[in-house]
Design a protein around this ligand. Structure first.
Ligand code: MBD
Ligand code: FE
Length: 305
């Protein structure tokens, strides 16, 4: 039995120990708990407010939306900025900029050699896009048989796997480049993304007075040749949210140039007959500093547990 002041309670929470535990986990947890104690005290957070927040956290997890709020509160971009700062000394030479993975990647998409119709089953859903280019090293040499994993949202801004109305791996493919590092695919110009209305994430965004829009983008996970695997996104120019992305994920150098083509026989193998939009984009991979950097894996696959 004991009576505690708030600071005595905090010391007990952070100091109780029956075994060594993990030093790093202890230290970081102690800091977070301390900051929260202080926030609750300083702002006189009421029990109702506190339990509303806890209820919200549970709903967030139930909705599998933790990865959406981390993006919206800037954590995903923060980790990228910190990774690049840490990189600065060891690998000052830069390839294609990285961009956040986001919460909507799914591993194991169907594999195609050199080219693919990413829009299979989505014909007529938007402006026809042909995107092509090469995977290169920093030395400008192609990376033969590189892997280009590509995914984007459907015409309603939703991603397969997370949207029950789409077939598995809709708008998700993996392309193996040819011996010269070439890839190409046909799809359609996707719209932007908006956080689902009526979700725990949109509730918080409403209370913060923020919008939940992302500009139109296409995701990539590129790897091969013993280079550092690259997670990135390209943006489609002209979008109103290009410099106002709720996930703070857009970057210079990742806005592609669109070329309108009236007719061409060059992409007959992709079923392109009428007018289409052409995009050329080369992915430049940096040298890997460590072996684990070569592995193309989603952030959740890489995470422990
Ligand atoms: C997306 O489509 C996305 O790319 C990110 C980073 C966050 C939410 C939705
Ligand atoms: Fe996305």
């Amino acid at each position: 039995m004991a009576e505690y002041t708030t600071s005595q309670l905090l010391a007990l929470v952070n100091g109780s120990q029956v075994s060594a535990g993990d030093e790093r986990v202890r230290t970081v947890t102690a800091r977070i708990v301390t900051d929260l104690f202080h926030t609750i005290e300083e702002f006189k957070v009421t029990p109702n407010e506190f339990w509303s927040a806890m209820k919200w956290l549970n709903r967030l997890g139930e909705a599998n939306m933790v990865g959406l709020i981390t993006a919206g509160l800037g954590f995903d971009r923060l980790l990228d900025i910190l990774a690049e700062e840490a990189d600065q000394a060891e690998a000052p030479e830069k390839g294609t900029p990285r961009a956040i993975e986001g919460p909507l990647y799914v591993a194991g998409a169907p594999l195609a050699m050199r080219e693919v119709r990413l829009d299979e089953g989505n014909e007529g859903k938007g402006e026809v896009l042909v995107m092509e280019g090469r995977v290169l090293g920093l030395d400008g040499k192609p990376v033969p048989h590189a892997s280009v994993d590509v995914w984007h949202c459907n015409e309603l801004g939703r991603y397969s796997h997370f949207d029950p109305d789409q077939p598995g791996y809709n708008l998700r493919r993996r392309i193996e480049t040819d011996a010269e590092g070439n890839y190409r695919f046909r799809s359609f110009l996707p719209p932007g993304y908006a956080i689902p209305p009526g979700s725990p994430v949109s509730e918080l965004f409403d209370l913060l007075g923020r919008h939940g829009n992302r500009p139109a983008h296409i995701h990539f996970l590129v790897s091969g040749g013993g280079k550092r695997a690259l997670t990135t996104q390209v943006n489609i120019p002209g979008d109103t949210f290009l410099d106002d992305d709720f996930a703070f994920a857009t970057r210079d150098g990742l806005v592609v140039a669109l070329t309108k083509v009236e007719s061409s026989t060059e992409f007959a193998s992709l079923g392109v007959t009428g007018p289409f939009t052409h995009v050329r984009f080369d992915f430049v991979l940096q040298d890997a500093l460590r072996e684990d950097e070569m592995i193309a894996a989603s952030r959740y696959d890489t995470a422990a547990l």
